[in-house]
Structures are given as structure tokens and as C-alpha cells.
Design a protein. Sequence first.
Length: 519
Amino acid sequence: MSLPSHVVAVTNGDASSLDSGHARLLELGYKQELKRDLSAISNFSLSFSVISVLTGITTLYNTGLNYGGPFSMQYGWFLTSAFTMLVALSMAEICSSYPTTGGLYYWSAKLAGPRWAPFASWITGWFNIIGQWAGTTSVDFSLAQLIQVIILLSTGGKNGGGYEASKYVVIALYAGILLLHGIINTLPISVISFLGRLAAIWNVLGVFVLMILIPSVATERASIKFVFTHFNDKNEDGIHSRPYIFLLGLLMSQYTLAGYDASAHLTEETKGADRNGPKGIINSVGISIIVGWGYILGITFAVTDIPYLLSENNDAGGYAIAEIFYLAFKTRYGNGIGGIICLVIVAISIFFCGMISVTSNSRMAYAFSRDGAMPLSPLWHKVNKQEVPIFAVWLSVFISFCMALTSLGSIVAFEAMVSIAVIDLYVAYALPIFFRVTLAQKHFVPGPFNLGRHGVVVGWAAVIWAVLISILFSLPVSYPITIETFNYTPVAVSCFLVLVVSYWILSARHWFKGPIVNL
């Protein structure tokens, strides 16, 4: 890789001794400020742990059961996985060419061309960071809710006089979880790297244990025919169209298979990032697809009574997977202690997922503020002695906490946060890919990993999929539509889009010029 003269000067003429990712970063005009200490395995582990199949599937298993049931979960997983891999391949190709912490918004700036670069960068960056914050909010709040259920079951369950925490207790648990994640993320990246590898191992072993243990302990098991063919169209949401129900059920799978842009945001801390960043994206998605399907398959073999599992009158208060675990051990051994231990395994996985989500959030905030896009930008891109963007860490924690406060007013409005996270992230994923297959088709310079002549076709498929799921997750999920059942997702996303575009027109277009080199 040839380097421009100013880069050679910085490296005292010894460009050949540089790590390839470091050299490419200098070539792009950025100095190395973060510690480049992550290996290929660490980069993959962090992204894999953000995807976290134990987190996504457990959190939205109720959605899968309610909208289509086993059929929707099995075949919806395959459908979503195929298109998600196309998105991941396109992102990996661009990441190989531009291995910077700015990731998606930097890619958009470079691929959209000089005329559109500032606006493309601006809109992509804001969709990405809001999607990430919403994702962290949904992950950590789901952990608080799971802890609430664990406490409920540990004290006798809903039907045995167990303790049911109020919404204020749940938000307090959530605040404590976020605080711990903030503290952990002030530590050096080497510590986060170790925890990321531990999280990846925990996810894989946890899925392996649960997918075998739960159906083997359950006294009543579903048939193979039920697991692969039963379609649940009996819901209380007033929806009777089977295709519509199936499509709504895809939210579980697509929510799970998101967050793999973490590999891109950590490239400035990854050795050989022009190769290992793309590997992290592709491998994290590929292995999550396999492991996730195993988890869905194993747990669904323990499903025999869907209406009961979704009923708020069961011991877990309607938390389907918790009731499956608890009931499996209670019916066989007379108590549900084993099921509670299984829930703790899942809770630890969700904790890791939220922790690394904050890591990814802070790196995105660091890079975006480095280019002056955020209010108080000079503060958010400062790094401490451990080369950690500490103010960006606490900014991410604070905003994620504020987002969850909506749960105190309306849990329905808060639940839209899941869809917002998926839509905003996939819009941010799709924009640079769209620019790559349109405006940059002729001048895109691929990195070590590339799709060759297939890049454009794969890119278009990825863009179309992102558009489809953005529309899908904005559709009503219950009829008739009332203030309690209204899907607030399109309102929230539209308001955010209007705000960002208005800010651009009224102010940012005069001073934001896209990524700014700092070398």
C-alpha cells in the first residue's frame, strides 16, 4: 500500500513497519489516537456479543410466538438470515476500503462524492448513533425486565405470591445496569477485549446448554411437525391475515441480527483492520445465524401451549421463555430453581451485550464528534490516559437512560424503541451501500476484502431489504388502532428525520463539511 508524502513524514519514512490498518488510517488522513490492541478474534467477539442471540431471541420470543409461532420463527429466521448476510457482505466490502472508527457515516461521505458528501455523512451518522442508543436502551431495559422476572419466580411466581416490581423499580434496575456498563467502559480496551472474548464463549456455551437441557428436562415436548409447521394465527391483536402475521414475526429475527457494525466502529483499535474488520462483520453474522437457529429450535421443542405461555396469568407474568424454563424444571423436579439458573445464564449474556453496545456507542460518538457533527464536539472526542473516549462513554449512558424514561409514561411507546433501533440501524447500513452501488460504482476502490463483480448486485439486494423491513416495522401490530395499541415507531422515526434534516437546512449545512482529517 503506497502512502502519501505527509504520512511517510509522520512515520519517519518507515511506512513498511506499520500495521496495515494503521497505515490505511494515516492514508485516509487520521492520526492514531485510540490504542490498536484488538486482534481479529477480539473484533469478532465484540461484534458477535453485540448481536447476542441469547439477548435478541429471548427478549422478543413472545413476538415470535404471537405472530406466527414456530413456523414464523423457523422460516422467518432463515429468510432474515439470508438477507442480513447480504447486508453484512456489502458492509464488509466497504469496511475493508475505509477501516475507520467513523464507520458508516465516513463511508457515506467518501462514496457519495464531493457534492453530496456532507449531507450524506450527516444523515447517516445521526441515524446510526440514534439507532445505537436505542439499541442499548432496549438491551439494558430488557435485562432489567428479566431481572424483575427472576425475582418474581424466585419469590414464588405470580401465582404463588411472588414479588412483582413496579415500573419505578424496573427503571432503577435499568439505571444501575447502565451505571455498571459506563464504569466498565472507562477501562482500557484490553479489558473490554478480554470481556468480549468471554462474552462470545458465554453466548455459544449458553446456547449449547440451553438448547439441549430445556427440551430434555421438559416432561411434555412438541413434535417435529409442530416445531416446523405449526402456524399460530390465534392472537388477540385483531390480525387475521397469515402473510401479515408472518411478516410481523420477522421482528424477532431482525432485531437479533443487528449491531454487527460494532466491528466497523472498532477498526481503529483493531490490528490489520482492513482485513480483520470485514472478517468480524461476516463471521459474527454467520456464526450468529447458526447458533441462533439452534437456540430457537431447542427452546421451541419445549413449547406445547402457546396461549398459556403468552398469558399474563402464568408464573412468569407472560414472559414466555422464562415460563418455559421455569415450568420445565417445576414439572419434573417439583421446583423451578433450575429454570431460574437458566434465566441467570441468559441475563449474564444480555449484560455482556449491553456492555459492548455502550462500547460501540461511545466509539461512534467519538468519531462523529471528531468531525464536529455533535453539539459540544470537542468534549466528546477527548480520550483519557487509557486512550478511551471517556466523555463519549458517559454521554451514551446518559442518553440511553433518558430514552428509557418513556417507559414510565407508556410501555407501548417504549416498546417502539425496539423497532426504532432496527429501522435506524438498517437505514444507516443501507445508505453507504446505496451510494456504493450508485454514485460510487465507477470510482469505488476496494480493499483487501471485496465482492468483485458481484458487489453491485449484492449491494442492491441489501438496500432493498433495508427498505422493506423499515416499512414492515412501521406497520400497525394491532387492530383496531387505539392510543394504547398504536405503533409509535413511524412517528418517532419521522420526527427524528424532520429534526435532523431541519437542523441541517437551518444550521449544519453552513459549517459541517463531512469527515475532517486531523493528521
